[in-house]
Ligand binder design. Structure first.
Ligand code: COA
Length: 335
């Protein structure tokens, strides 16, 4: 048994299992045409989205987390009762508190774990990996469940055609563990926030203004799509370059580029600006829409299931969105 000090010095963070879940109900573009004045052609051309999965009325973000964790246990046979920290990235928790992470702790009877939700919108999953990585590297924790999970359908205004076509529900889970062999999976991290642009994409709660900007108070996701788009293709592209520089790798070294699946046009523009090719890029946008904190694990899992993601490959994960905030991670996939 290593003492704590030795553990802290030699520990590293490894991803040891993944699981995902999406609700059964599918909302197609054809059904969207019945809800708002839109068309399949417009949605596909502007966003690349064909359908999204929508939670049942009695199904909440915690339920989707349970689905993703059960899927992980089924596939990898991992034990999670000895997990010592649970982080859930979400913008659509069942309640503000207790956290979704607390509900995960209770559901699985994980008796000695800390638990917290983090809210970094669509950057949430990458931000949660960064936090888990830091906790594992410091020696403070040894086995962490990291989840990105959303029921955005519950906070989407289905009378607003500029937003309702975009969002869907889903969940993804990583198990991250301290590795004693000196081989960590996370190679580099990067974060950046433009809080002065926060009013461009928000879900309101108590206040009716963000800084100087009056906002709607209906509790739905509200956005200035055009401005968010502009920010994404300029500032986010720059952030991705910064992360690459930090990692010491080039686009040629990275096997898979996995940007947040905001929409296909943003992904294509990010590829053009950063030098990643569409063939190097994984997304979950076509079948799942924008699932915010869940979009990156859903995209990785699609790649795993189709056999193109392999152990030893380098990945660049990059989340961005409400805040406006960005978080990115370069990691070596080991599953
Ligand atoms: C939302 C988004 C797809 C809209 O596309 P766009 O090309 O910017 O469209 P605009 O807002 O300029 O609107 C163009 C026209 O389409 C119309 N329109 C908007 N939504 C529509 C819809 N669902 N169906 C049909 N027409 C629509 C607009 O009313 C406008 O009509 P007008 O020219 O008669 O005024 C695009 O702005 C976008 O992708 N933004 C980023 C959003 C995002 O990803 N947010 C999450 C980030 S994490």
């Amino acid at each position: 048994m290593m003492d704590k000090k030795t553990f802290a010095v030699h520990s590293n963070a490894a991803i040891t299992a993944i699981g995902t879940y999406v609700p059964e109900r599918i909302l197609t573009n054809a059904e969207m045409e019945k809800l708002v004045d839109t068309s399949d052609e417009w949605i596909v051309q502007r966003t690349g989205i064909k359908e999204r999965h929508i939670a049942a009325d009695n199904q909440f973000t915690s339920d989707l987390c349970f689905g993703a964790i059960d899927n992980m246990i089924d596939r990898y046979g991992v034990h999670i009762t000895d997990v010592d920290y649970i982080i859930v990235a979400t913008s659509s928790p069942d309640a503000v508190f207790p956290s979704v992470a607390s509900q995960v702790q209770a559901h699985y009877g994980i008796v000695n774990a800390g638990a917290a939700d983090i809210q970094a919108a669509c950057a949430g999953f990458a931000a949660a990996i960064q936090l888990a990585n830091g906790l594992l590297l410091s020696g403070a924790h040894r086995k962490i469940l990291v989840l990105g999970a959303e029921t955005l359908s519950k906070i989407t205004d289905y009378s607003d055609r500029t937003t309702c076509i975009l969002f869907g529900d889903g969940a993804g889970a990583f198990l991250m563990e301290a590795s004693y062999n000196g081989q960590g999976d996370v190679a580099a991290v990067y974060t950046k926030t433009d809080g002065e642009r926060g009013h461009l994409l928000y879900r309101s709660s108590l206040a009716s203004a963000i800084g100087e900007h009056a906002i709607q108070t209906n509790g739905y996701i509200v956005q200035n799509g055009r401005e968010v788009y502009r920010w994404a293709i300029s500032h986010v592209a720059e952030g991705i370059q910064q992360l690459l520089e930090r990692s010491g790798y080039t686009t040629n070294d990275i096997d898979w580029f996995i940007p947040h699946s905001a929409n296909m046009r943003i992904i294509e523009s990010l590829c053009e600006k950063t030098g990643f090719t569409p063939q190097q890029t994984l997304s979950s946008i076509t079948q799942y829409g924008n699932t915010s904190a869940a979009s990156i694990p859903l995209a990785i899992d699609e790649g795993l299931k189709s056999g193109i993601v392999k152990p030893g490959q380098l990945m660049l994960l990059y989340g961005f969105g409400g805040g406006l905030t960005q978080a990115g991670v370069v990691l070596r996939w080991s599953l």
